[in-house]
Design a binder for this molecule. Structure first.
Ligand SMILES: [Ca+2]
Ligand SMILES: [Ca+2]
Length: 368
């Protein structure tokens, strides 16, 4: 896939800042609004994610997309928000769907969201038939409770991990089984992205056998809100994504010759015309005209505003939603970067949720 073409496609959907002077004049007021909302929300940070129940097993029309047969040097990388994998009994209840998913998608590397512990993810891997695969899981929440306030992200990989690091806003690990080493998240402070109180960071793994680093995200949901009511959620998304971007920039130097992947549930569609902006200094919420909008999450990865970082969104050409609960462009995205971006196929989705409220999204990577 040509990065330039993809970028044009993405950029074509995002309003571009034209009047910097106008935007600066309203910026101070917007900052105040955001700070006030932030303070209010910090006090009422809900442990539970609120969302609608999954509507249906199918979303959209069934695509006749076949995942290619396994082949040497071809790596299927998928991301899937599994929806409420809260207990071992839930894994058992959904075992047929999990097996069907595994047989259809056959991921070599599967990035997941909405599991609550390493133990649950290990159980999922075995249930899918991947008992020899390697499992990495974040531990943002020590409770591992059967509730949405304990959501982790993880990776199930055919290939061993070189290293697993959890980037946790509040490091708290206590040497439980499967806990990765952890580091505090660095806000992209030099570009004005401040730390915002949030519970969920991201998980980073390196996979030397296929020369990949992968950052898995499950960014803050909007609870269906937009504009000012969504500003604190957008700030949380930008905070974590900024840290991910810094990590990718670091990976380029630390792991030359690798490809760098950012995958997961962004909780904002890549082409959501009511939210996406591309200027961190200007966040407009309503009646914006040509002014830059308030959620620069995707732009942080593709628009070059973070150290020239211009990742390619393999999902950029997909216009249909990837979840039955959020309409519009995909919230589940796979971004890639490095000298081998053309070794990834454009992402595809299978319009079947396999018991979740999200469909899986996948790409095939030809190892250089
Ligand atoms: Ca932790
Ligand atoms: Ca903006």
């Amino acid at each position: 896939m040509q990065k330039g073409a993809t970028m044009k496609k993405i950029l074509g959907t995002v309003p571009v800042l034209i009047l910097i002077a106008v935007c600066f004049s309203v910026n101070a007021e917007q900052e105040t609004d955001r700070s006030a909302e932030q303070a209010a929300e910090q006090n009422t940070e809900v442990a539970a994610e609120q969302k609608a129940e999954p509507a249906a097993e199918q979303t959209g029309k069934e695509q006749t997309v076949e995942v290619p047969e396994p082949a040497a040097g071809k790596v299927i990388i998928a991301t899937w928000n599994m929806n409420d994998m809260l207990t071992h009994s839930e894994v058992t209840r959904r075992k047929d769907s999990l097996k069907a998913f595994a047989e259809k998608v056959r991921p070599d590397i599967l990035c997941v969201q909405e599991v609550v512990s390493y133990g649950i993810l290990k159980n999922i891997a075995v249930t899918m038939g991947f008992k020899d695969y390697h499992v990495a899981c974040s531990d943002f929440f020590q409770s591992d409770g059967a509730h949405r306030g304990a959501f982790e992200v993880g990776v199930i990989s055919k290939y061993p991990f070189g290293q697993v690091i959890e980037y946790d806003p509040s490091p708290d690990n206590k040497n439980k089984e499967g806990e990765p080493i952890e580091s505090v998240i660095r806000p992209m402070l030099k570009l004005g992205v401040k730390k915002v109180e949030c519970k969920r960071g991201y998980l980073w793994v390196s996979i030397p056998a296929v020369r990949l680093t992968i950052s898995v995200v499950h960014l803050k949901s909007s609870f269906g809100r937009t504009a000012r009511a969504d500003s604190i959620n957008a700030a949380k998304r930008e905070f974590v994504t900024g840290a991910v971007a810094l990590g990718v920039i670091e990976d380029v130097h630390f792991f030359p010759g690798y490809s760098y992947v950012v995958a997961g549930d962004f909780n904002v569609g890549h082409s959501d015309a009511s939210k996406n902006g591309s200027d961190l200094k200007s966040d407009c919420y309503a009646d914006c005209g040509g002014a830059d909008l308030y959620d620069d999450t995707h732009a942080i990865l593709y628009a070059g505003i973070a150290g020239g970082l211009s990742m390619t969104n393999l999902t950029g050409h997909i216009t249909e939603s990837t979840t039955s609960t959020i309409s519009g462009s995909p919230v589940d995205n796979i971004y890639v970067y490095g000298g081998y971006e053309d070794h990834f196929t454009g992402a595809r989705k299978i319009n079947k949720t396999y018991g979740s409220d999200h469909v899986p999204v996948w790409t095939v990577y030809s190892v250089p």
